[in-house]
Design a protein around this ligand. Structure first.
Ligand SMILES: Cc1cc2nc3c(=O)[nH]c(=O)nc-3n(C[C@H](O)[C@H](O)[C@H](O)COP(=O)(O)OP(=O)(O)OC[C@H]3O[C@@H](n4cnc5c(N)ncnc54)[C@H](O)[C@@H]3O)c2cc1C
Length: 463
């Protein structure tokens, strides 16, 4: 390590203490990557320092020093992202807030104050211990609060209460220049000028470092069940979704998955998927104040499904069985990962999901390839996997992806509804957004981060 970076090591040791500054490559390996499939994951730079502050004040001092010395800083969370967003792609500092992981639940206000390094698993548990509930469940519980907010994570249980943005009521952040800002609070209403907090949510570590957040919790529902509805035809399964929502029943989750992918995930976990009828299945999670309320919702859904040619539904009632179903569903990505080039997360209006799936089928047929699809059907958010061929990245990957993105846009959608732009989708960001949108976003980045030290080369092309 040479020059400015060498000098920075001493500064960092002064700020956080010697034991929290890591310079040996072998001790930072797991901080150099995220969960992006190997085929496309960007490589980490050679010269890197890993630093683990214990307070917002330390984060502020680190950013101030890095800004003065024009050294790039890469905030990392649980490194579960799928677009290379946290990968330190230039020589500089990896900033991990894992030591800042306290959570305090305020029962009266139904909110938690969580430090950015606490994990999704920690938050779910803290809410549960306080007899409350944090419904959102993006698949990997190792994700951290800072990462969940920076990516505006979604996931399975987003139909009833929305995505991460809908939970965040306040944030404490440190700007790349070192100033600390507190935005929002334990508030359900806040119209004080431009909403900087919501600008920061989803900004993928490019505008500021999130150090703490106020997060809305919900009462534990008295009762919850998971329904599996099997269909022979995918069109019938997908067509059922708007009808369920129109009926006034609002499930926590409505997922569409093919039996083939469910069986692969179950096998990957050495488990068995409990329903083997029907090639196309909907997984529906329902919650309510009483058994009666949930069962009448179940009946309503079963009637609608029957009219759409569903086979007999399975109802999972015990917590263990429901957790097993969610675990298998959450592991489809992991089961496919080693054979995958990329996972897309195109999102369209919910009613156009069937059209998007049909277009993906046509693309798969034209190229003669297997493109597994499944997704958050209640949100119009489809995961489409582009697979390797004979263990290699096929030459047509770029064309296939562009055709899928183009179809999504034509159907009134966006290229990403969950994972964000990160390092992987910069070309698509450049291609599918208007010039004005891009220039406004670049200006905003410049105002927050005048020297471009925070997560440079992400969302926007470098330079
Ligand atoms: C099996 C699996 C299933 C998944 N399912 C879903 C899903 O259903 N829905 C979904 O939305 N995502 C899903 N994901 C993706 C991922 O879990 C989410 O994007 C998650 O929010 C990332 O959080 P993280 O802490 O791991 O962030 P990281 O991957 O560490 O970082 C992500 C981004 O956040 C920034 N960042 C991290 N911490 C901070 C901070 N404190 N301040 C500022 N910026 C910060 C990083 O710089 C980076 O740009 C899944 C991933 C896996 C592996």
């Amino acid at each position: 390590m040479t020059g400015k970076l060498e000098e920075m090591i001493g500064n960092l040791k002064d700020i956080v203490g010697e034991e929290w500054v890591v310079t040996k490559r072998e001790y930072m390996e797991s901080y150099l990557r995220d969960e992006t499939p190997d085929a496309l994951r960007p490589s980490a730079a050679d010269d890197l320092i890993l630093v683990k502050p214990s307070s917002t004040d330390e984060v502020s001092q680190i950013l101030k020093a890095a800004n003065e010395m024009r050294i790039p800083v890469f905030p990392v969370g649980g490194r579960t992202g799928l677009v290379g967003g946290c990968v330190p792609t230039e020589r500089g500092i990896i900033l991990s807030l894992e030591r800042m992981n306290k959570i305090a639940v305020d029962k009266e206000n139904l909110m938690a104050v969580a430090e950015a390094g606490a994990t999704l698993g920690d938050l779910i548990k803290a809410a549960d211990d306080a007899d409350l509930f944090f419904p959102l469940h993006p698949g990997d519980e190792g994700a951290q609060i800072g990462g969940l907010i920076s990516t505006n994570a979604g996931g399975v249980r987003a139909v009833k209460y929305g995505v991460m943005r809908n939970y965040v009521k306040g944030v404490e952040v440190v700007l790349p220049t070192g100033e600390i800002l507190n935005l929002g609070g334990m508030l359900l209403k806040n119209n004080t000028g431009y909403d900087l907090m919501h600008l920061i949510i989803g900004s993928e570590g490019t505008l500021c470092v999130i150090t703490k957040a106020v997060i809305k919790l919900y009462p534990k529902s008295g009762y919850s069940v998971t329904l599996i509805l099997p269909f022979e035809s995918r069109a019938d399964a997908i067509g059922t979704v708007p009808q369920i929502l129109q009926s006034g029943v609002v499930p926590l989750a409505i997922e569409y998955v093919g039996i083939k992918e469910l069986n692969m995930a179950a096998e990957h976990l050495s488990e068995e998927w409990p329903v083997q009828t029907g090639s196309a299945q909907l997984i529906i999670i329902l919650s309510g104040a009483s058994e009666d309320e949930v069962y009448s919702a179940c009946e309503r859904i079963s009637e609608i499904a029957e009219k759409n040619n569903a086979y007999e539904a399975m109802i999972a009632e015990t917590r263990e069985e429901q957790e097993r179903i969610l675990r298998i569903r959450s592991n489809i990505y992991t089961a496919l990962k080693s054979r995958m080039v990329d996972i897309l997360d195109v999102t369209v209006p919910m009613s156009r999901l069937g059209d998007l799936m049909n277009t993906v089928d046509e693309i798969a047929k034209n190229y003669g390839v297997y493109l597994p699809v499944y997704g958050h059907a209640g949100d119009g958010n489809l995961h489409i996997h582009v697979m390797k061929e004979d263990g290699r990245i096929p030459g047509y990957v770029k064309e296939i992806k562009n055709e899928i993105y183009g179809a999504g846009i034509r159907l009134g959608g966006v290229i990403t509804g969950e994972h964000g732009i990160g390092k992987l989708r910069i070309k698509e960001f450049e291609r599918f957004l208007s010039e004005k949108e891009k220039s406004l976003m670049k200006e905003i980045k410049r105002i927050f981060d005048p020297n471009n030290i925070l997560n440079p080369g992400k969302i926007f092309p470098q330079g």
